[in-house]
Design a protein. Structure first.
Length: 272
């Protein structure tokens, strides 16, 4: 089981079309710009929620992977220092949540976007991420090829399996770590409006079934959470209960990079 904590920058003056097309949660929905309410709602995760989430993970000995975009890393250097000091694994998350990859881009524009994100994150973090989660999981038909060309080793955008798998790319070596979309807190809590108790029960039931299935063939639960959502004081207990349930089920807590590396060790012929 891996927990991917998402730190993303919402541009307060982002074009309305960018926000509508990405179906971004936060605030009270689309409002006249600048959308201060949604901007501040999401900032809560950087200022308060992230610490609750990291504490919950540490309480059960679960390492964290953190998907962070370039604008967050540059705007919050103290937060970067804090999460790195706590031993998290950084995952590249584009430039901003309001700047998503899509097929509207040319190949040159997308290649430049990926390179800019990785370069800016390396400058801010002091390390170049080897994993990628696109803002709002946005991709074009070229994205896996361009990520592999850029040296990215794994991607967390394709919720089509319960096991890692090798992606077919002409250059490089790219592994897909499928996220569990149904368990994504933005999808469940913001878009589907699930109550915390229902959300927690759903994730715990999923853990139980994956443990059963994993006895015959290993399964991976990639749980994506956002501190501005799950880090709220009335929701953090839900995450704590989920993590405690997983720990009691004797699952392997690992970073996304550790899972990708283990897949390559276990299935070298398929990952080549």
């Amino acid at each position: 089981m891996s927990v991917l904590v998402v730190l993303e920058h919402f541009e307060v003056n982002a074009p309305a079309e960018a926000v509508r097309s990405a179906w971004l949660g936060g605030g009270l929905g689309a409002r006249p710009y600048p959308d201060v309410l949604r901007y501040a709602h999401r900032q809560y995760g950087h200022r308060v929620g992230i610490f609750r989430v990291l504490d919950a993970l540490e309480a059960v000995g679960a390492p964290a992977s953190v998907a962070i975009d370039a604008m967050t890393a540059e705007a919050y250097p103290w937060l970067v220092r804090h999460v790195l000091d706590r031993g998290v694994e950084p995952v590249a998350h584009g430039i901003a949540v309001t700047r998503s990859i899509s097929s509207r881009m040319t190949a040159a524009q997308e290649r430049a976007y990926i390179a800019e994100s990785l370069d800016r994150l390396e400058a801010a973090l002091g390390v170049r991420p080897t994993g990628w989660m696109g803002p709002e999981h946005g991709e074009s038909e070229r994205t896996p090829r361009l990520l592999a060309e850029a040296g990215v080793r794994y991607v967390c955008d394709w919720p089509n399996d319960e096991q890692p798998y090798a992606m077919t790319v002409p250059q490089g070596d790219l592994v897909s770590l499928p996220p569990m979309l149904e368990y994504d807190d933005s999808f469940a809590l913001s878009h589907r409006k699930m109550l915390p108790d229902s959300y927690g029960a759903m994730v715990r039931a999923g853990i139980d079934q994956l443990v059963v299935d994993g006895a015959a063939s290993a399964r991976h639960l990639l749980l994506t959470v956002r501190p501005w959502l799950i880090g709220q004081p009335f929701r953090i207990g839900t995450l704590e209960a989920v993590l405690a349930h997983a720990a009691a089920s004797d699952v392997w807590f690992a970073t996304t990079g550790e899972v990708a590396a283990d897949f390559r060790r276990q299935a070298p012929a398929h990952a080549a």
